[in-house]
Design a protein around this ligand. Structure first.
Ligand SMILES: [Zn+2]
Length: 262
């Protein structure tokens, strides 16, 4: 009788192995340890179908963990290995997000499935799992991110209903109370000039992959929308209103300086 492999996290009920992984490598070609946590939704109507896809070699996708609606957690890929969850992505100048991160897939039909709210039992499991991971790997709070943060032009997950504020209250991730949405000056798609470049510089300073063109182009609109989805979810329109800019400024000002959650 062969011994059952043990999950890396005690929060995971068991290992349900996916073959879709490789070696973590840094920019210099040496082994890379994970220092980032990336959260996803599956975006499929059925959790079982999503799990099968993440374990299918033909699909060439995976994640380290899978969280069912009822809070049951499976480990698909060992944490020391590079799971294939982020795809083409970038954060804080780094492009191989899969080598840098641990990925959690949360079963949820996503925007295409009407974006149903995350059940409380599922969020409790995500919190317990994330807390365990960030503690064991000393992952900084501002490197707990959504797929949409690291791939703003391609991805919307885990979506604006994901309770980032609740995670932050539980000690996971970086969040500030969003500035209230009201009138005032704002920057919009199509504008150009120094204020637009200053906005791009602030987003880049926080970690978003954005070129400082001074033009409020489609890429800028996508990054502003991704920022709103995570940090100012009340309104996601890609327009940098006063609330968006104030929230971004507060976030940068309150950034944990090289501190980690323990
Ligand atoms: Zn994703």
């Amino acid at each position: 009788m062969s011994e059952q492999p043990k999950p890396d996290s005690p929060v995971a009920a068991k290992v349900f192995p996916s073959p879709n992984h490789g070696e973590r490598l840094g920019a210099d070609g040496t082994p890379r340890r994970p220092d980032m946590l990336v959260l996803h939704y599956t975006g499929m109507p059925d959790a079982g179908d999503a799990l099968q896809r993440l374990c299918n070699p033909a699909a060439e996708v995976s994640a380290h963990y899978f969280v069912f609606e009822n809070g049951r957690v499976l480990q698909l890929v060992p944490e020391g290995r590079r799971a294939w969850h982020a795809g083409r992505a970038s954060w804080a100048g780094e492009r191989d997000i899969n080598s840098a991160s641990i990925g959690i897939e949360i079963a949820n039909p996503g925007h295409e499935g009407g974006l149903p709210p995350y059940p409380a039992a599922q969020i409790a499991a995500v919190i317990a799992l994330s807390r365990d991971i960030v503690s064991r790997w000393a992952i900084p709070a501002d490197r707990v991110l959504g797929h949409s943060d690291v791939a703003p032009e391609r991805k919307l997950d885990p979506g604006e209903l994901f309770p980032w504020e609740e995670l932050n209250r539980a000690g996971i991730g970086h969040f500030v109370r969003p500035a209230p949405v009201r009138g005032g000056r704002f920057l919009s798609p199509g504008e150009s000039g120094q204020p637009v470049e200053a906005l791009q510089a602030m987003l880049a300073m926080y970690g978003y992959d954005i070129a400082l063109t001074g033009r409020y182009d489609e890429a800028t609109t996508a990054v502003v929308a991704a920022f709103q989805r995570h940090f100012r979810p009340e309104r996601i329109d890609g327009i940098a209103d006063a609330s968006t800019i104030t929230t971004l400024r507060d976030l940068i000002a309150s950034r944990p300086a090289a501190t980690v959650i323990v």
